[in-house]
Each structure stands twice: as C-alpha cells, then as structure tokens.
Design a binder for this molecule. Structure first.
Ligand SMILES: NC(=O)c1ccc[n+]([C@@H]2O[C@H](COP(=O)([O-])OP(=O)(O)OC[C@H]3O[C@@H](n4cnc5c(N)ncnc54)[C@H](OP(=O)(O)O)[C@@H]3O)[C@@H](O)[C@H]2O)c1
Length: 338
C-alpha cells in the first residue's frame, strides 16, 4: 500500500493558530477490507471552520482530537475498491482529511460522493459546487428569503461562500453589495463576480465610517445580510438594516481566535424587528440537492466563475490555512496534492 503523508493536530492554539500546532508525518496506508476503497486525494479544501475545531471551547460539534489527522474535505480519485458502489477511476468527494490518501468505508451512503467532472472541474466540488456554495444557498434562500429588487449584503465577499452568494443573489434580481478586504478584491468583486458595489472595510478605521460608505451604496437600506465576519463589520451593517430585515449568521471569522467580539448596538435587532439566525450547513442536508443543482448550472453556464488560491503539496497546508485566516486567500483556498 502507498506511503501517506498526513498533517496531524499536534497541540491546540493559544490565541492565534501557528504552524507548530501541526505536525507532518508519514505512515503506510492500511490494506483494504471488504467494503472499503482507497482514495488518492487531488485537492484538499481549507476552510475557516477548521480553526474552531482546533480549540476545545464550546461549539456545535466535538473538537478535533489531538494527534489525529486534521479534518477536511477532499476531492480525488478511487485507486482501488473492495466496494460494489465504487470502481477505480471514479472521481469522488469526501472528508478525507489533511493527507494524500484515505481508506474509506464506502458502505454508509454519503461517506463518499461520486461527481461528474464533464462540465464542472473537480476542485469546484470543494467550493462553489460544494459545501461553501450550499452554505451561501442556505443562508440566502432559506433564512434571508430574498425578493427581487431588495438589497443584499455579504461580508468576506470574494471568498468561497461570498462569491457563490453573489451569483445566487443576482439570479434572484437583488441589488448585491459586498464587503471585502482590499482594493484588488473589491474591484474583482464588481468586475468578475457581478456585485453591484463592494466596500473595502480596510479603508475604514471604525464602524461609523464603514457604515457611511455602505449607506452610500445601499440607498434603500439593507433587507438581507449574510454575515461571515462579525465585529466592526456587523456593527457597521446593523444600523442600515431595514425593518423586518433578515440576517443569516454564517460565520464570525474575526473572532475565531477566541477574542471577545462585543456588539455595540444589539438593541437595533429589537427596534428594527430583525430576524437573526445562525446555522450550520451540514445540519440541512435536505437543501443540498437543489442547491448543488443550481450552483452546478451557474458554474457550467459561466455565470459563476469561482476563483481559487491553490497551495502546492500537503506540507504547504498549514501555512496556507494560516493565510486563509488572515485573508491572504483570494477565492476558494485549496491544496493541490497530485
Ligand atoms: N455556518 C456554516 O455552516 C458555514 C459553512 C461554511 C463557511 N462558513 C463561514 O463562512 C465564512 C466564509 O468562509 P469561506 O470558506 O468562504 O472563507 P473565505 O471567505 O474564502 O476566506 C476567509 C475570508 O475571511 C476574511 N477575513 C479573515 N479574517 C478576517 C477579519 N478579521 N475580519 C474580516 N474579514 C476577515 C478574509 O477576506 P477579506 O480579505 O475580504 O477580509 C478571508 O479571505 C467563514 O466565516 C466560515 O466560517 C460557515
């Protein structure tokens, strides 16, 4: 069986995550048993939720165990199969983790999903036509429930979730405004992702200044806000929310290091009669088929052209992940393993 390079969680971060939280090891892949398949990973997905899993504070799920392979979505190819459900050469997506190969028990339906790469490149099944895309869909369609002509805003606008959000929101006839870090990301949001406007939060030293800039591009106020960041950005958006506006609380990456992130004016939720709903996309498997169908069509038709930042080789995963937490990625962050 092939040798397998893996990245383990060696210790938990104290504050910011650092490279020495991880450890690279090499092991031999185990021999296949009946019902198992060997998958060679072509791409590893790096996602902000992994930072939360590295800590053992209260969360929606158990922390990543120390000394174990880091959790992560993977896209690859079956190289050997002892399952009737898969054959060598099948392109598959699963949760193979930060390693080059995985041995998967293929019998529980859903452990591994076959994908068709005729019109959608394999890597996009970890981004726009995968978990991040479905996340954008769930928050927009099921929580915000947009109506044509309304104004939608999303933070981390050029990332994996934000870029899918733009395509889905524009397809529903909404004015769609992004918030992102840096002039290059904001220009790209408008010229390539279809946003009507994008505000660079890094140009603003406080929430009042950011709010004024947002107001200028949201003259009718904000009906739906898709929150990925928290902190100053949320403080800037809240005063602009229209009565009965909806906030899909998807992520709060500005606070993933564990620092407190107080809200300045939570009373606005009451006075504007807002709906604020947090969600975890993996708890809503019922929307995945519809979401993936729409996202796959948007990509195949060129209406959603996801950008990717690709690190090379498993050893590069920790640095790429730490970069993602600082906004160094531009679009979906992946690691290419082959
Ligand atoms: N609830 C769920 O089920 C679910 C599922 C998937 C993802 N999520 C959440 O969705 C959000 C986006 O995920 P993604 O995979 O699409 O990642 P991403 O947007 O591709 O990458 C993360 C981005 O967050 C921004 N960022 C990082 N630190 C920040 C800070 N301190 N302040 C403001 N922005 C910061 C950076 O963009 P800028 O350079 O523009 O600042 C960075 O590029 C994350 O919060 C993630 O946890 C939630």
């Amino acid at each position: 069986m092939p040798l397998n390079q893996q990245i383990l969680l060696e210790n938990r971060p104290k504050g910011e995550a650092i490279a020495s939280n991880f450890k690279l090891v090499e092991t031999e892949t185990s021999v296949l048993q009946d019902g198992q398949v060997l998958v060679r990973h072509h791409f590893l997905s790096l996602d902000p939720y992994m930072r939360m899993r590295m800590s053992d504070s209260k969360s929606y799920t158990a922390p990543q165990a120390l000394g174990q392979v880091m959790i992560g979505g993977t896209a690859g190819e079956v190289v050997e199969s002892r399952s009737p459900r898969f054959k060598a050469g099948d392109k598959v997506v699963g949760m193979g983790g930060w390693q080059q190969f995985s041995v998967v028990n293929a019998e529980p339906a859903g452990a591994l999903r076959k994908v068709d790469t005729t019109h959608v490149p394999l890597s996009h099944y970890l981004g726009a036509v995968g978990m991040p895309g479905v996340t954008a869909y769930y928050g927009l369609v099921k929580i915000i429930e947009p109506k044509a002509g309304q104004t939608m805003v999303v933070s981390a606008a050029t990332g994996a979730v934000g870029s899918a959000f733009a395509a889905l929101s524009k397809a529903r006839g909404c004015r769609t405004v992004g918030i992102a870090g840096g002039v290059e990301k904001c220009n790209y949001a408008v010229s390539e992702l279809g946003f009507d406007a994008c505000i660079d939060y890094k140009l603003h030293k406080d929430a009042a200044s950011l709010s004024a800039a947002l107001k200028a591009v949201c003259p009718q106020g904000i009906d739906g806000y898709f929150e990925n960041v928290g902190g100053m950005v949320l403080d800037a958006v809240l005063p602009l929310m229209n009565d009965f506006g909806r906030i899909a609380l998807c992520g709060m990456i500005a606070g993933y290091d564990g620092r407190p992130m107080p809200m300045s004016y939570p009373a606005l939720i009451l006075t504007s009669r807002l709906k604020v709903e947090g969600f975890i996309v993996s708890e809503h498997m019922e929307v995945w088929p519809d979401a993936l169908k729409e996202l796959g069509t948007l990509v195949a038709n060129g209406k959603l052209r996801p950008r990717e930042t690709i690190a090379d080789g498993i050893a590069a995963a920790p640095e790429a992940f730490l970069g993602l937490l600082k906004g160094k990625n531009f679009g979906k962050q992946l690691v290419k393993l082959i």
